[in-house]
Write a new protein. Structure first.
Length: 246
């Protein structure tokens, strides 16, 4: 298991300082950059006793393994990996579960965007299979814009079994597939709910699809056959938000 991670980008580091500053070991800032937001983050990090170093762009690019760091890179203690037991704790403490299942999303940009959507929609947790899914990488945190620090990601060994467990706890699972007869806008998305999205290439796996209580499609007016998974996630989550507010 990894003991340390890298997190980069202004929003990602800001969320880290807000929600789990104790994880930050060291912070590198781009030298010579006079940026109010970076200065504010550096001052906050200093107040937690974090070591701060100024570094060149090349050093930051190397640390982040990306040039998208916006002048700030943190070395952090790896986040605790959440599992089935942690999910049970969440369910026990949540009156009206609103969850997202991602069945094998492998692109870090997609997971990051789904985390961001989930945070914005008020989703309490995302469930992913441990294998064949991307985890919380530095790129995921950057794209999530802070949501990797606020939305718990549960990594489970057997997704179909976890879905049955959710159903036993009264959660209705709505799967998504372009060919489903029922359209999103006809579905009832109130009550304890988990929305299940499929992988970028193959969609929901057979067993996951069969484990859903219902399947819905997002109507497609044009010629493309499907939406990007993070876009489809946003569309479905916010239809659920609309219904749950009314
Ligand atoms: C790129 S699509 C996968 C396409 C894949 N070829 C398939 O057969 O499902 C990734 C995921 O986004 C969601 N999605 C994309 N377009 C959708 C649509 N029109 N209706 C429902 N879900 C959709 C589904 O969860 C799907 O599994």
């Amino acid at each position: 298991m990894k003991k340390q991670d890298i997190i980069f980008g202004i929003h990602a580091v800001e969320a880290l300082l807000k929600h789990s500053p104790e994880r930050i070991i060291e912070l590198w800032l781009l030298q010579g950059r006079d940026d109010e937001r970076l200065t504010a983050l550096a001052n906050e990090a200093k107040s937690f006793g974090t070591t701060i170093q100024l570094a060149s762009r090349k050093v930051l690019d190397d640390k982040a393994e990306s040039s998208q760091h916006q002048g700030i890179v943190a070395r952090v203690k790896a986040a605790k990996v959440l599992n089935e037991q942690d999910l049970d704790v969440l369910l026990a403490n949540t009156e009206q579960p609103f969850l997202l299942i991602l069945d094998g999303v492998t692109d870090p940009h997609n997971l990051g965007a789904c985390l961001r959507n989930a945070d914005a929609a008020g989703v309490q947790g995302i469930i992913v299979p441990k294998d064949n899914s991307v985890g919380l990488t530095a790129t995921v945190s950057k794209v999530a814009c802070g949501a990797a620090e606020t939305v718990p990601l549960f990594q489970v060994t057997n997704l179909a079994r976890t879905m049955r467990h959710l159903q036993d706890k009264g959660v209705w699972i709505v799967g998504t597939a372009g060919e489903a007869d029922c359209e999103l806008y006809q579905a009832d998305l109130k009550g304890p709910l988990a929305i299940a999205m499929g992988a970028e290439d193959k969609g929901l796996r057979r067993l996951s699809r069969e484990s859903c209580d219902s399947l819905i499609s997002i109507p497609m007016a044009g010629s493309v056959s499907s939406l990007n998974v993070s876009v489809a996630t946003g569309v479905c989550l916010f239809e659920a938000v609309r219904q749950r507010r009314s």
